[in-house]
Design a protein around this ligand. Structure first.
Ligand code: PEP
Ligand code: MG
Length: 756
């Protein structure tokens, strides 16, 4: 045993000595790598040693080999995630396979002359966390790789990495490896709205702090300055909203502004400060400071986010007081501008010329920020949580923004710039291509028809309905109008809102979801005590069943809004069958009441439930006979299934919906719905992402509901997929333990020309 250990130590020492000699020799990189693989194979007593280099396009090219056919060098390649080598590359860790040839992920490449090798052990070649390639050894005989052997190969990988990034290599072969020269120019953040953009930075800054707090004028003059500024602000805001083509009554979000501008408390506080000797500007500053301090202590995420709206307003008021033209900054914008800001209110965004704004980067930012909701409706990519970006970026810097992956490049090198240009151009081409798909029936290559629908809730969303992609509104989130007004909208106001939605949707069906408040959606007028876990707290149907009047008024408004037409009602966060029974009973009571009052009843009523809570999955046999349809809310379902807070960026991506637990759950649900002949859809974010939607359609979902921006891409994906192929592939990969199946599915889609 001791002897064996000695032999190993000597051999690895000898190996290192030989490798050092190769490293310091003046030979070209290809030759160096050829020598390395051959020395490694000999010293480690393996039949094969190969190095695969990661090439642009996520291809792993066989770059050097000992033991495989030399004619395969530079000819054979694997995609990331393909085969065992691809698996090592994706996982970025050393893996060894004892029965490699029979492993489900094994891919046979005939041109390499590969024999049925028993074993394979490989390690990634990394520069920091960047993957450069994979080095692997194989044996024909059975062999159990030891820790020492794995460590030896890891040392080899480090040396290869050193060669690859060496200056000599860059000079000789700079087309082979993309080494980003200035990694400091890359900053990461949180994806808030997808899309890519290229443009010049413009720093959105707020007015400097007011210095002259104490007035030398008389009080009356300061008061009249304040009143004039408030009037002016209100007028400019109205014009801005009108220009933005958001009809005032429909732009629920901006009601918050109206609330603030007319808020007597706010105006009174400023007036009080003026009475006590402050300038008008000083009074605004003082009240803003007080409010910001108070609001920053609020733990409720929704109300906390309103700080930005409030600061936005205070800043506008200061600008009006200074006699500044709020829109004059548009003169400084280039045609392609990337706004960089600490934070922003939604109206501040509307002050900018929409045509010129290609992207937004925020230091703060969460999906519930109003500016993010408005940017989404305007289809502008947004990245949030980019720390210190305002101090890092200088006005006029070139910014490349990837909203799909949540990072930016500041003044990127030529390579990256060209890469972005190409991607943006190709997206534009794709968008134009999607336009042409509008009238094509939405079905897979093997003839499975899929209905595409829209998730709506903000009036701007509705614009796309007319564009011909959607069969209806699969999810109308009713809470937005409730969230942005000072008091609960009464039945009449609600009826008007829903009537407008129905009329915007023309003759297409609208699925109204009853109030899903609580969690991150808070109503200012519904008193709640602080909760440790609001997502699992008093929310949604739990609130509306407890405060039955809220539910009854809303159901009444739905019935009246459809005015004799068909009504689709959906209840959110149903956790057990009894909750659904209670909710449906409430609807029946309202229907009876309306009939008694002589109001016209809907011609047909469909009552459904969302499936967002895992417990409901285990009651489907009892629940499904009672419902007319079911819609899976994958956003909440995955948060509860994986126990990961969907609003917490540090964990929300830790688990992947494209993994066995979620896929199996969804399959179980769709199968049971089929058994009970209950139409079943998905209305969570998964439905709007092509790769996820590919899986959903393969699992058997025939109705998807998504944000308008996703419709074209999802339709293109559906037209290009064959469900049978995806099902077969899913059946092979599901049983193999894996944290995520995303990469495999992505490569599968690419290999089968599925447009993802
Ligand atoms: C969901 O949970 O998937 C869903 C669609 O509802 P919301 O995102 O409004 O919670
Ligand atoms: Mg939900």
């Amino acid at each position: 045993m001791e002897k064996e250990q000695d032999v190993k130590t000597v051999s690895s020492r000898q190996l290192l000595k030989q490798l050092r000699e190769i490293m310091s020799s003046g030979i070209v990189v290809q030759e160096k790598l050829n020598q390395i693989v051959s020395v490694v194979a000999k010293e480690m007593h393996t039949d094969v040693c190969s190095f695969y280099l990661l090439q642009p396009g996520d291809i792993l090219e066989l770059f050097s080999t000992y033991g495989l056919k030399q004619s395969a060098v530079h000819e054979t390649s694997l995609r990331l995630g393909e085969g065992l080598i691809g698996e090592i590359a994706v996982q970025k860790k050393a893996l060894s396979f004892e029965d490699a040839w029979h492993h489900p992920s094994f891919v046979f490449k005939q041109e390499t002359g590969e024999k049925p090798f028993q074993t394979l052990m490989g390690v990634p070649v990394l520069q920091g966390s960047n993957l450069l390639g994979v080095v692997a050894v194989q044996t024909e005989r059975e062999h159990d790789y030891t820790e020492d052997e794995i460590e030896t190969l890891e040392t080899v990988a480090m040396l290869i990495a050193q060669i690859l990034v060496s200056v000599a290599f860059e000079k000789q072969q700079n087309t082979l490896v993309k080494v980003h020269k200035d990694v400091r120019s890359r900053m990461e953040g949180v994806r808030l709205m997808s899309g890519m953009a290229l443009g010049k930075a413009f720093i959105h800054s707020r007015t400097k702090r007011v210095e002259n707090l104490i007035s030398t004028n008389n009080e009356a003059a300061e008061l009249s300055k304040l009143t004039n500024a408030l009037t002016e602000m209100d007028k400019v805001l109205s014009d801005t909203l009108a220009d933005a083509e958001i009809s005032e009554e429909n732009a629920e979000i901006f009601e918050t502004y109206r609330m603030f501008t007319k808020d007597k408390g706010w105006i009174q506080k400023m007036t009080d400060y003026i009475h006590s000797g402050f300038t008008a500007e000083g009074a605004v500053q003082k009240v803003t400071d007080d409010m910001t301090e108070r609001m920053s202590m609020i733990t409720d995420p929704y109300l906390k986010e309103r700080i930005h709206d409030f600061q936005d307003l205070a800043d506008r008021l200061l600008q009006h007081l200074a006699g500044k033209d709020i829109k004059s900054k548009n003169n400084e914008l280039t045609d392609n501008t990337i706004l960089v800001a600490h934070s922003m209110g939604p109206a501040e965004l509307l002050d900018y010329d929409r045509e010129k704004i290609k992207g937004i980067i925020l230091e703060e930012g969460s999906p519930t920020m109003h500016v993010v909701i408005v940017a989404k409706a305007m289809n502008i990519p947004v990245i949030g949580g980019v720390k210190d970006v305002v101090n890092t970026v200088v006005k006029g810097d070139t910014i490349a923004l990837d909203g799909d992956n949540g990072y930016i490049y500041i003044n990127p090198v030529e390579d990256i710039l060209n890469d972005f240009k190409k991607k943006i151009d190709s997206r534009e081409r794709i968008r134009r291509k999607y336009e042409k798909l509008k009238d094509v029936p939405c079905q897979t290559k093997d003839g499975i028809k899929v209905s595409l629908n829209l998730n709506a809730g903000l009036s701007l969303d509705m614009l796309s309905l007319g564009e011909g992609f959607a069969d209806g509104i699969g999810l109308y989130r009713t809470e937005l109008p409730f969230m942005s007004t000072a008091q609960l909208p009464d039945t009449q106001k609600q009826t008007e809102i829903y009537r407008r939605v129905i009329s915007n949707a023309a003759d297409k069906p609208v699925v109204f979801r009853t109030l899903d408040i609580g969690s991150d959606k808070v109503l200012p007028y519904v008193q709640r005590k602080p909760e440790e876990n609001p997502a699992m707290g008093w929310r949604s149907i739990r609130i509306t069943l407890d405060r039955r009047t809220l539910l009854r008024q809303q159901l009444r408004a739905f019935i009246r809004a459809v005015n004799g037409g068909e009504l689709y009602v959906m209840f959110p966060m149903i956790t057990d069958t009894d909750e659904f029974v209670q909710a449906k009973k409430t609807l029946d009571i309202e229907l009876a009441r309306e009939e008694e009052k002589g109001h016209i009843l809907p011609s047909k009523i469909y009552v459904g439930t969302m499936l967002e809570v895992p417990s409901l999955i285990f009651q489907l046999d009892e629940l499904l006979p009672l419902v007319d349809f079911l819609s899976v809310g994958t956003n909440d379902l995955s948060q509860f299934l994986f126990a990961t807070d969907r609003s917490d960026p540090t964990v929300w991506e830790r688990y992947d919906v494209l993994s066995a637990p979620m896929i199996r759950t969804l399959k179980h649900v769709v199968d049971l719905c089929d058994k009970h002949k209950v139409p079943c859809s998905v209305c969570g974010e998964m439905a709007g992402k092509p790769l996820e939607a590919m899986v959903l359609v393969a699992l058997g979902f025939k109705k998807l509901s998504m944000n308008p921006a996703s419709l074209g891409a999802i339709k293109a994906m559906i037209l290009s997929m064959d469900t049978r192929q995806v099902i077969d592939y899913l059946n092979t990969i599901l049983p193999v333990p894996a944290h995520s199946l995303r990469e495999k599915l992505r490569l599968f889609a690419l290999d089968h020309d599925i447009v993802i």
